[in-house]
Design a protein around this ligand. Structure first.
Ligand code: HEC
Ligand code: HEC
Length: 595
C-alpha cells in the first residue's frame, strides 16, 4: 500500500483517543510527514501512466497554415523530413511519420508531451538547422505561443505509425529531482569539485566514452546510424551550445540530466534511467558540464561570441614550441565569467580566442555541411627571434585516412598590408586583383591512425606539409614562387582535438613581395580557413571565418586596453556578415535555389 495512505489511516484510527493539545501536535506531524513525502525524489513514489496529450483538432487549421508557410521547406509536405532543402542539411530534418522525437520528458521510446514539442519549436534544436521560432531570433519571435501550440498539433497529426489516442501509447512522465547545488549559469561555479569528480566516476563506469570519447569530444565511434539510416555522431560535450536539447541555455545541467534519463529516441544515445540514480545523474551532468568552456553566448546565433581580436603576447626571449609550456596555457574560459584557477602559471591574460567558421557558400562548390564551425587561436611573438607564432586548435571527431583528401587549416593575411588604408581589406575568400592575400596553409595526415579504431589516449603525431599561396581572387590562387619561410613547429591530434602551431619571421626579404610584412602594435586583418579531409572537403569546399584582427602587443600592453574605433567598425562589420551569411544560407537552403 502507498506509504502516505497507510500512515494517514493509522493516525486517523488513533486520533479519537487523544487529547486536544496532543491532537494539534499530531496534525502538525502529519502535515510535516506529508510535506516531506511529497517533497521526496519522485522515483520513490510510483509513477502514474497517462495517455499522451491528445491532438487538439480545433487548432489543426491554423497549425496547417503555419506548417506550410514555415516548416514544409525542411520537413516536407507529408512530414517525411524530405523538404527541398533536406539534402543539404546535416543533421537532416526530422521525418515525423514514425512519431520518433528526441527531446522529451517521457520514458525512452515513448511519445512526447505537447510541452516537450512546444519547448523544441520555441527554442529550436541548437547545433542543427532547426530554428528557434519563439525565442530571440534576431531579438524577436517569429511565432506566437498560440501559433506554436497550433503547429505542434499539426505536427502530431502528421504521425502515421503511432496513434496518440491508443491506450498502448500510455506515457510515463519522468521526474528528474532538482539542481542540488542551486547554482545557475554559468554553471559549475559553486559545484564542489568532489561532486564533479564523482560524476567522472559515473561517466567511466557507464562507458559514455565508447561513443563520446575519452575527453567528451564525440570522437568515440564513426559508424553510428540513426533510426532513419543516416550517419550520426555523439555530441561534443566541449561544445555544449550545440546540445539539441539545451533549450538555448547551454550551461544548465538539467538538460543533460534529462537526456541521460530519457535517452534520445531514434538515435544510439541510450537512457540510463535504471542504471544511474537521479543523484548520480546530477553529478554526471556536473562533470559533463564542467568540460564545456565558459564563453559569453551570442543570443541570436546561440554560439559563443566571436573574438574578433587575436592578441599576440610579447616574449623577450624565444617562444617555446611545447604545447604544455606555461606561455601556451590559458583556461578556455572567458575571464569575465570565470576567474582563473589558483596556481595558474601561464602568461598574464593569455587566452583562447574563439573564431567562428561558416561553410563557404558564395562561389563554386558550396559547403552546406561543414564539420567544423569554430577554431581556438592563441598567439605569442618573440622580440629576440623577431618571429610570430599562432597556435590554431579545433575539434574534429575523425580525420582523413585518404591521402587524396588531407585535412588542412590555413591563416589568410593581406598580402600587401602597407597598401591598405583604414579598414580596407582584400575580398574575404582568396583576395581580389587589386588586393592580394598571403595564405599559410598546413596540409596534414595523422600517422598510424584509423578512424574506426578506439581513440589513442596519448594522441597521434601528424605529418604536416606547409604550402604558401598567393590569392588574387577566387580563380587566381597559386603557390608562391619564393615561399616566405612559414613553418609548422609543433602539431598533434589528441582525443578529437587538432593542434597546429605556425611560425614565421615578422618580415621577409622575398623579392616577389608576396609575403605579409608583420608590424608590431598595429591592427592587422587576419582570417582562417579549414578543410575536413574525412568529409572530402578540398579547394573552395571549405569552412571560412570573416576577417578578424590580430595585434602584436608591446611589452606592456596597458596602452592597448582601450579600443580604437577601428575595432568598433570591425565588430559591426562582423555582425552584419554573420546576419548576411545566416540569412543567405537559410534562404538558399529553404528555397532550394542552388544546384
Ligand atoms: C531549416 C530547416 C528546418 C525548418 C524550417 C524547420 N525545421 Fe524542424 N527540424 C529541422 C531539423 C534539421 C531537425 C532535426 C534535428 C535533429 O534531429 O537533431 C528538426 C526537428 C524537428 C522536430 C523534432 C524534435 C525532436 O524532439 O525530435 C520538431 C517537432 C520540429 N522540427 C518542428 C518544426 C516545426 C513546427 C517547424 C516550423 C515552425 C520546423 N520544425 C521548421 C529543421 C527544420
Ligand atoms: C551508444 C553510444 C552512446 C553512448 C554509450 C552514450 N551516448 Fe550520449 N549521445 C550519443 C549520440 C549518438 C548523441 C547525439 C544524438 C543526436 O545528435 O541527436 C548523444 C548525445 C548526448 C548528449 C547531448 C544531448 C543533446 O541535448 O543534444 C549528452 C549530454 C549525452 N549524449 C550524454 C551521455 C552520457 C552522460 C553518457 C553516459 C552515461 C552517454 N551520453 C552515452 C551516443 C551515446
Amino acid at each position: 500500500m502507498n506509504p502516505i495512505i497507510s500512515f494517514l489511516k493509522y493516525s486517523h484510527k488513533e486520533e479519537d483517543m487523544l487529547t486536544e493539545p496532543i491532537k494539534t501536535v499530531r496534525h502538525f506531524l502529519i502535515a510535516l510527514a506529508v510535506m516531506l513525502i511529497v517533497g521526496l525524489p519522485s522515483t520513490l513514489l510510483a509513477q502514474e501512466a497517462q495517455l499522451p496529450d491528445q491532438i487538439q483538432k480545433d487548432k489543426l487549421e491554423l497549425g496547417k497554415r503555419i506548417y506550410f508557410k514555415r516548416c514544409v521547406w525542411c520537413h516536407g509536405v507529408e512530414g517525411g523530413g524530405d523538404g527541398p532543402s533536406a539534402d543539404r542539411l546535416f543533421t537532416r530534418p526530422r521525418n515525423f511519420i514514425q512519431g520518433t522525437f528526441k527531446i522529451r520528458t517521457t520514458d525512452s521510446g515513448e511519445l512526447p508531451l505537447d510541452q516537450n514539442l512546444i519547448d523544441t519549436v520555441t527554442n529550436g534544436l541548437p547545433g542543427s538547422a532547426m530554428p528557434a521560432w519563439g525565442s530571440g531570433v534576431m531579438g524577436g519571435r517569429v511565432l506566437s505561443e498560440d501559433e506554436i501550440l497550433a503547429v505542434v498539433q499539426f505536427v502530431k497529426s502528421l504521425v502515421q505509425d503511432r496513434d496518440f489516442a491508443d491506450e498502448d501509447e500510455e506515457v510515463y512522465v519522468q521526474e528528474f529531482g532538482s539542481n542540488p547545488w542551486g547554482t545557475s549559469a554559468p554553471y559549475h561555479l559553486g559545484v564542489p569539485q568532489e561532486d564533479i569528480d564523482a560524476g567522472k566516476e559515473v561517466f567511466l563506469k557507464n562507458k559514455c566514452f565508447e561513443c563520446h570519447g575519452g575527453e567528451g569530444r564525440g570522437d568515440g565511434n564513426p559508424t553510428m546510424k540513426d533510426d532513419w539510416g543516416f550517419p550520426i555522431f555523439a555530441a561534443d560535450w566541449q561544445q555544449c551550445w550545440n546540445f539539441r536539447g539545451s533549450r538555448r541555455n547551454p550551461y544548465d545541467p538539467f538538460s543533460i540530466v534529462r537526456t541521460v534519463s530519457t535517452g534520445l529516441n531514434g538515435t544510439p544515445m541510450p537512457n540510463f534511467k535504471d542504471k544511474i540514480t537521479v543523484e548520480d545523474r546530477w553529478k554526471l551532468a556536473a562533470f559533463v558540464n564542467s568540460l564545456c568552456p565558459r564563453k559569453k553566448i551570442d543570443k541570436n546565433a546561440n554560439k559563443p561570441i566571436n573574438d574578433f581580436l587575436v592578441k599576440s603576447k610579447f616574449t623577450k626571449g624565444p617562444v617555446s614550441t611545447d604545447f604544455n609550456d606555461p606561455m601556451w596555457q590559458a583556461p578556455d574560459d572567458d575571464m569575465k565569467i570565470k576567474p582563473r584557477p589558483d596556481g595558474y602559471t601561464g602568461k598574464k591574460n593569455q587566452r583562447w580566442h574563439y573564431i567562428a567558421l561558416a561553410g563557404q557558400i558564395t562561389r563554386g562548390q558550396r559547403n552546406f555541411k561543414p564539420k567544423v564551425d569554430n577554431l581556438w587561436v592563441m598567439s605569442n611573438w618573440s622580440e629576440e627571434e623577431q618571429a610570430v607564432y599562432y597556435l590554431v586548435e579545433y575539434h574534429n571527431r575523425f580525420l582523413s585516412v585518404d591521402p587524396a583528401y588531407p585535412d588542412a587549416v590555413a591563416i589568410q593575411w593581406p598580402g600587401q598590408l602597407e597598401e591598405l588604408f583604414g579598414a580596407e581589406k582584400p575580398y574575404f575568400i582568396y583576395g581580389d586583383s587589386k588586393k592580394p592575400v598571403d595564405i599559410w596553409k598546413a596540409n596534414f595526415m595523422v600517422k598510424d591512425y584509423k578512424d574506426t579504431a578506439a581513440p589513442n589516449p596519448n594522441g597521434y603525431d601528424i605529418d604536416v606539409s606547409v604550402k604558401e599561396l598567393v590569392g588574387h581572387g577566387f580563380d587566381a590562387v597559386s603557390e608562391k614562387e619564393t615561399p616566405g619561410g612559414v613553418t609548422v613547429v609543433n602539431s598533434k591530434y589528441h582525443q578529437g582535438r587538432v593542434k597546429i602551431m605556425f611560425k614565421r619571421s615578422l618580415t621577409t626579404e622575398n623579392p616577389d613581395k608576396t609575403d605579409v610584412q608583420i608590424p608590431v602594435e598595429s591592427f592587422i586583418p587576419i582570417s582562417f580557413m579549414q578543410w575536413t579531409g574525412w568529409d572530402k572537403e578540398h579547394d573552395e569546399l571549405m569552412a571560412i571565418s570573416t576577417w578578424c584582427y590580430t595585434i602584436l602587443e608591446p611589452d606592456n600592453p596597458a596602452s592597448m586596453l582601450y579600443m580604437p574605433p577601428i575595432l568598433g567598425v570591425a565588430f559591426f562589420g562582423f555582425q552584419m556578415w554573420l546576419v548576411w551569411m545566416t540569412k543567405r544560407t537559410r534562404k538558399m537552403a529553404a528555397e532550394g535555389k542552388v544546384k
